[in-house]
Design a protein around this ligand. Structure first.
Ligand code: NAP
Ligand code: ZN
Length: 387
């Protein structure tokens, strides 16, 4: 990532002479203080943290955040499980809020609109992938919503556990009128991450789909697959989730035991069964028990663990011409498509709404597989408490 792509890099170098629209201070070329919730150090608690938001650039929107989901990625990042990260850190990469001001070049948003933001807030917008609307694969490196060097302001990006944010308009999606906002927030990460591979590998009716892990991503995958008419099996380590899985439309539920000698009960009966298996397991795991369950030309798609996935043999991939692939969130056009699709078809995550002061405790409940099925932070509640 170089300044060549971002000649407008720092806010204080920006020409703000043209009219910026809205009442937020950011529109008047000033930075704005914002109450946020973040970690001061690796593994630290999530506590109130005042931050500054940059002044608006001509293609920016300022958003008052209303609801932000808690993704397991936030926990990995705060815990340092994905390597050393910059601190202080304000996590949060699936949120919705009200637009308060727009830069003079913004045409898609006006003050008062509801906007959503996911895992990215910038990219080069010029490489082949960005031109194809696949900004998450930007060959110059997309700017993540938090803990990335900020290409448009000083320091690191700070995410959605915050009462307001400023983002480049291309990286905000429009939220349809009348959408329930708390249950829309998780679509911006858990929804798009599971939708995108279903689109790419064309999951459709009559196919047999399996999702491994019924958490934030997994339960969205289940709901999306069921809506597409796929016969869906849930692999869960939590027997008590079976009832919920059936209520969400699962055809079958397999309770499996990752550390057992035979982790998957009835594995022989399930051989060559699935067209598409999607893993949302958040930690390194052994693939060997799952590969034989994939039918000819089927795919195993990993959207979970970015670390080591063991147990892959060349032979298990030869056999039945199986594919082993991964997928990363989704591009901006596809994210808009997913939000519109879920709102039009009433596909909604099951959420637990929490106050910002309860995020630290919520992390523990996610790690213990206790969340049903996505925590969403009510930022407006935090604001009231501060007032
Ligand atoms: P989550 O809510 O914690 O769900 C993960 C589920 O996996 C758990 O509910 C549990 O389901 C199962 N699980 C947990 N630990 C396990 C273990 N050790 N062995 C086997 N199964 C286990 O997490 P999430 O927010 O859905 O995120 C899942 C993963 O996707 C995280 O690693 C996250 O960082 C990653 N992610 C990737 C992308 C991407 O673009 N590729 C985007 C977002 C998130 P059961 O109780 O049903 O077994
Ligand atoms: Zn996420």
């Amino acid at each position: 990532m170089t300044e060549t792509f971002f000649p407008e890099k720092f806010a204080d170098r920006v020409d703000t002479a043209g009219p910026l629209i809205g009442t937020a201070p950011a529109a008047a070329g000033r930075t704005t203080p914002a109450q946020a919730w973040g970690a001061q150090r690796e593994n630290g608690p999530i506590a109130p943290m005042p931050i500054q938001r940059r002044a608006l650039l001509p293609d920016d929107v300022a958003i008052d955040v209303l609801y932000c989901g808690v993704c397991h990625s936030d926990i990995h990042m705060v815990r340092g499980e994905w390597g050393a990260q910059p601190f202080p850190m304000v996590p949060g990469h699936e949120f919705v809020g009200r637009v308060t001001a727009v830069g003079r070049d913004v045409t898609r948003f006006a003050p008062g609109d509801i906007a959503g933001v996911g895992c990215m807030v910038d990219s080069c917008c010029a490489c082949d992938n960005c031109m194809a609307g696949l900004e998450q694969y930007c060959t110059n490196g997309a700017t993540l919503t938090y803990a990335s060097p900020d290409t448009r302001g000083p320091g690191q990006t700070m995410g959605g556990y915050s009462e307001r944010i400023v983002v480049r308009d291309r990286f905000a999606v429009k939220i349809p009128d009348g959408a329930d906002l708390a249950t829309t927030a998780p679509l911006l990460c858990s929804g798009i991450t599971t939708f995108s591979p279903m689109q790419h590998w064309r999951l459709g009716s009559g196919q047999r789909f399996a999702v491994i892990g019924l958490g934030g991503l997994g339960h969205m995958a289940l709901k999306l697959a069921v809506h597409r008419g796929a016969e869906t099996t849930v692999f869960t380590t939590s027997a008590d989730k079976a009832k919920d899985a059936y209520a969400m439309g699962a055809t079958d539920v397999v309770v499996w035991h990752p550390t057992a000698n035979d982790p998957i009960p009835l594995a022989k009966e399930l051989a060559n069964r699935f067209d598409f298996m999607l893993s949302t397991i958040p930690s390194p795991y052994d693939l060997a028990p799952f590969l034989p369950l994939i039918r000819r030309d089927g795919a195993f798609v990993n959207v979970g663990a970015p670390g080591l996935i063991g147990g892959v043999t060349g032979g298990a991939l030869w056999d039945q011409r199986r594919s082993l692939v991964g997928s990363c969130i989704g591009g901006m056009p596809e994210t808009q498509e997913l939000v519109d699709y879920c709102c039009a078809n009433a596909i909604r995550p099951q959420i637990e709404l929490i106050h910002p002061d309860d995020i630290t405790q919520a992390y523990l409940r996610v790690e213990n597989k206790e969340v049903r099925y996505r925590f969403v932070i009510d930022l407006a509640a935090g604001k009231t408490a501060q007032a």
